[in-house]
Ligand binder design. Structure first.
Ligand code: NAP
Length: 354
């Protein structure tokens, strides 16, 4: 694993993050502890959770693990959690209001058994709360020592820019990371959101990097997920995502290409798909969702696999997001193009994603 900065912050993290969405629910406490131990043993430091994962079960499991392990095991951990999603049935039990985030952050800290988290992420945009209210709350949480930095997740490009610009206008630290669904099966954010992140030096964290297991090659057109897997479980969210992935013929063309590349390089498809992601520009870390230690090791090994240009280009081509010609496609890019004789180093950052 490499070390990278946590986006636009001075905190250094491992280039593979551990996601804990299913800890304490689909992944038993014992299995969760084994995966956590193996992750830190392998040099992993960045761990991601959220207030709503398993109705708090993920944060509680992490809290128990922190309490049961020696300080030299847990001290290097850089911990990220989130707030915003519905945490109850009440009108105010969700959103990015000061009221809701304040309650959720305090509850997260209690469940985790910690005085602070390193990264506090807004789980999604809130169309009702003024951004000034949210940003001021986050600034106060930093001043109170409850969070060290903040990030956003599931935002569009204009929403990201608004958060950054508002933070600057209010004299509050800007978001350091953007956590977005990103994999060979989900590259739509490349058109608009990621260029916004690059312009503002916001680092990328990639969720569902194996597209719920589809990029491991264990499912095919003929063999859809079985009930022993998460994608085949009766959990309505996983049923929904597995359903739309399986129904899109493009999914299987991309999976075929990953399996073929894996055969060529002599690695598992999961390792190939994660390596493609791990080496993307602007990426801090894929957030891997291993259910057991074998999956964890398979996935972590991706950090040491670097695909050659021919394989990478083939995967780039087959998975390229559909953007049409304008404004994100070639016609729009041609209209915005500007070149400087001799090259201008910042042009690549300020211009289009590619
Ligand atoms: N910000 C957000 O809105 C958001 C949303 C979703 C997730 N996340 C974060 O991203 C993390 C990862 O997401 P994810 O769990 O969806 O990731 P994922 O890697 O796309 O899917 C993980 C699932 O794939 C299967 N799998 C993983 N590695 C495998 C391997 N090497 N071989 C075979 N099967 C393998 C496992 O399920 P089976 O063994 O059951 O098939 C595992 O539970 C979450 O824990 C969470 O921290 C954030």
């Amino acid at each position: 694993m490499q070390n990278r900065t946590l986006g636009n912050s001075g905190t250094i993290v491992s280039s593979m993050a551990l996601g804990t969405m299913d800890f304490g629910t689909m992944t038993s406490e014992d299995d969760s502890f084994n995966v956590l131990d193996a992750f830190v043993e392998a040099g992993g430091t960045l761990i991601d959770t959220a207030d709503v994962y398993g109705g708090g079960a993920s944060e509680k499991t992490l809290g128990k693990w922190f309490a049961s392990r020696a300080a030299d095991t847990t001290e290097p951990v850089v911990l990220a959690t989130k707030g915003r999603s519905p945490a109850g049935d009440g009108t105010n039990d969700q959103g990015n209001s000061r009221r809701h985030l304040d309650r959720q952050l305090n509850q997260s800290l209690r469940r985790l058994g910690r005085e602070n988290v390193d990264l506090y992420q807004l789980h999604a945009w809130d169309p009702l709360t003024p951004v000034e209210e949210t940003v001021a709350f986050l600034g106060d949480a930093i001043s109170a020592g409850k969070i060290h930095s903040w990030g956003i997740s599931n935002f569009t490009g204009w929403q990201l820019q608004l958060m950054v610009s508002t933070a600057r206008a209010l004299g509050v630290a800007a978001p350091v990371t953007l956590q977005q669904q990103y994999s060979l099966l989900s590259r739509e954010s490349e058109s608009d959101v990621f260029p916004g992140a690059a312009y503002n030096h916001v680092g990328l964290l990639a969720w569902s990097p194996l597209a719920d297991g589809f990029l491991t090659g264990k499912y095919s057109r003929e063999d859809n997920p079985t009930s022993s897997t998460r994608a085949g479980s009766d959990n309505p969210i996983y049923q929904f995502t597995a359903g739309y992935r399986a129904a899109d013929p493009r999914t299987w063309d991309i999976v075929d290409a990953v399996v073929k590349a894996a055969d060529e390089v002599g690695a598992s498809p999961a390792r190939v798909a994660l390596s493609w992601l791990h080496d993307r520009s602007g990426l801090v870390a894929p957030i891997i969702g291993a259910r057991n230690v074998d999956q964890l090791h398979d996935n972590l090994a991706a950090a040491d696999l670097h695909l050659d240009a021919a394989v990478r280009n083939r995967l780039d081509e087959i998975s390229a997001p559909r953007v049409g010609q304008y404004p994100y496609g070639p016609f729009g890019a041609a209209q915005r193009a500007r070149t400087v004789e001799g090259g201008a180093p910042l042009a690549a950052v300020i211009g289009d994603a590619k």
